[in-house]
Design a protein around this ligand. Structure first.
Ligand code: G1P
Length: 277
């Protein structure tokens, strides 16, 4: 039912300079796969086949990654290394990829608005690839959210509890619990100070949005840091109707930070070693 996943991928990744001087941050690898590949895997697992990217200048490597590399294919065909391409070949076969560019960095809300031509008038998923999510116990986070969307038919955002001192790094949500892990949102603030945070439930980079969000973003004034915030637009949906926050099952690594990136690398390396045993 959800057919498209939008990947806002226009940010500079300044925390990873100098690596991100000429490499999109979404192409930083966790072991042998770039971050964006993990995001696309998660969308595909949720039954989504159309992958739509909002990129910017200097991000061409993303397009090349999701395309055939004839020279490489020819070099590697029949060799002992060919199996290393199996996963990406499968991905390319099973998805369509479309790209558009954000003109200037005006915030996540603006990036999502830029993607409207790729999404059309349908509900869609959003994955911020630098939030790497896994669920050892079962289905991935976006897949869990699709199920909730099917029941409630409104925008769904993934949240997790964070330490009080961390709230100013996230969009923070509060509301009424309707199930153990589902909250009808009544307040959302983008990166609040500790003393104005309505809770410690932090938004992570997974959303399902209904298409009315585009009209709302168009009418949303710049918020925190002078940027158009998706948090503010979803708050309008919550005010005018309903939006739901979901405490997802699984783990999330903040690969937009060096700490989180190192933890994710360690986690996947341990997993690889165990799988080889
Ligand atoms: C964005 C959102 C924020 C959310 C975060 C999750 O912020 O604006 O609400 O908590 O992603 O990673 P960013 O980290 O891009 O500044």
């Amino acid at each position: 039912m959800i057919q498209t996943c939008l990947f806002p991928a226009a940010g500079y990744g300044t925390r990873f300079l100098p690596a991100t001087k000429s490499l999109p941050k979404e192409m930083l690898p966790i072991l042998t796969k770039p971050l964006i590949h993990y995001g696309v895997d998660e969308a595909l697992e949720a039954g989504i086949n159309n992958m739509a990217f909002v990129t910017g200048r200097g991000k061409r490597a993303l397009e090349d990654y999701f395309d055939k590399s004839y020279e490489l294919e020819e070099q590697i065909a029949g060799s002992s290394k060919e199996y290393l391409l199996t996963e990406i070949r499968e991905l390319i076969k099973n998805c369509t990829f479309s790209f558009t560019r954000q003109e200037s960095m005006k915030g996540l809300g603006d990036a999502i608005y830029t993607g409207r031509t790729l999404v059309r008038d349908e509900p869609f998923g959003v994955i911020l690839a630098d939030d790497l999510c896994i669920n050892e116990e079962g289905e991935g986070v976006l897949s869990q959210m699709v199920k909730i969307y099917e029941k409630y038919r409104c925008s769904i955002i993934a949240v997790m509890e964070v330490d009080k001192q961390q709230v100013s790094n996230y969009g923070i949500v509060s509301g009424k619990f309707i199930e153990d892990d589902l909250i009808i949102i009544d307040n959302m603030i983008e990166k609040p100070n500790v003393n104005e945070a309505p809770s410690n439930l932090a938004i992570i980079g997974r959303y399902i949005l209904t298409p009315d969000i585009f009209e709302i973003i168009k009418n949303t004034k710049p918020g925190k840091n002078g940027e158009i915030q998706i948090t503010d637009a979803i708050m309008t949906q919550a005010k005018n109707g309903i939006a739901i926050a979901y405490k997802f099952k699984g783990k999330r690594f903040d690969c937009g930070s060096v700490d989180g990136y190192a933890q994710a690398t360690q986690y996947f390396y341990e997993k690889l070693k165990n799988d080889c045993k």
